[in-house]
Design a protein around this ligand. Structure first.
Ligand SMILES: *[C@@H]1O[C@H](CO)[C@@H](O)[C@H](O)[C@H]1NC(C)=O
Ligand SMILES: *[C@@H]1O[C@H](CO)[C@@H](O)[C@H](O)[C@H]1NC(C)=O
Ligand SMILES: *[C@@H]1O[C@H](CO)[C@@H](O)[C@H](O)[C@H]1NC(C)=O
Ligand SMILES: *[C@@H]1O[C@H](CO)[C@@H](O)[C@H](O)[C@H]1NC(C)=O
Length: 218
């Protein structure tokens, strides 16, 4: 009888002291357009396709969680199991030699906030998995929207090109205005549920491109 209680207490203690992580309500995957990055930061990039900036746990209202666990440091060795794929899909556009720094910063600020659902390797795999099924460049191409330094496009046409493929879910466009009043498409962001399984609309949308003519440099 006594051992039953001991087991019960052990289970109770384990339950009470199980790690609890910050929670979040959905994910935002942010993809950057390297030629815009090149113009803004004056760095040279060779990529001509969207690459990952980050996979960000979000809340529908109020502030989004960040820096959720100091005790889960970035494990380069674990993440490097993903090999070259990570470098291709999630490069540091300031220079690939700083890839680990970039991944570490993203992991600490954002990834640690989804630890209740995803361990480190799973988090990076999830981001790559979503990104590789999402051919933004192809979607734009299908709608006749081609990167071209001399052409501008309407916000709504870019959004509709993406919605034509992912369904009636609002993406978020993020633009910068580096010079000459030209608004550059800097990032396209899409939102997924907390498990990363299905698209949802990006809410609390900071569409910095709305109302502008948008250039997508080639
Ligand atoms: C939108 O998000 C910001 C933080 O990113 C938060 O401060 C603000 O309260 C949110 N607004 C709404 C309407 O939820
Ligand atoms: C986000 O929402 C969850 C509830 O779903 C809450 O527990 C958490 O504290 C929120 N995070 C922030 C930073 O407000
Ligand atoms: C761009 O990336 C997407 C997603 O990773 C991929 O499906 C597509 O084939 C790529 N397009 C080009 C032109 O490389
Ligand atoms: C950009 O658009 C202009 C005007 O339509 C066209 O002449 C040019 O060939 C295009 N450049 C590229 C790289 O597609």
């Amino acid at each position: 009888m006594k051992s039953v209680f001991i087991i019960f207490y052990i289970m109770l203690i384990t339950f009470l002291f199980r790690p609890t992580y910050s929670t979040y309500q959905y994910f935002k995957l942010s993809l950057q357009w390297p030629p815009s990055f090149q113009q803004r930061y004056g760095v040279r990039t060779i990529q001509k396709n969207f690459t990952i900036h980050g996979l960000w746990p979000q809340n529908f209202s109020g502030p989004w969680p960040h820096d959720c666990s100091l005790s889960h440091s970035f494990e380069a060795n674990t993440v490097n199991i993903l090999g070259r794929q990570l470098a291709i899909d999630w490069p540091n556009l300031h220079g690939q030699k700083w890839n680990n720094k970039f991944w570490e910063a993203q992991w600490l600020k954002h990834g640690t906030c989804s630890l209740n659902n995803f361990k480190q390797l799973q988090y990076f795999s999830l981001a790559i998995g979503i990104k590789n099924k999402l051919d933004i460049l192809g979607m734009l191409e299908n709608a006749g929207i081609r990167p071209n330094a001399t052409i501008t496009y309407n916000y709504i046409d870019i959004v509709d090109a993406i919605k034509a493929k992912i369904g009636p879910f609002e993406p978020e466009l993020y633009c910068v205005m580096p010079h000459n009043n030209v608004v550059l498409l800097f990032e396209v962001r899409v939102c997924r549920d907390a498990m990363g399984a299905t698209y949802i609309s990006c809410v609390n949308n900071s569409n910095s491109c709305q109302g502008y003519l948008i250039n997508i440099p080639e």
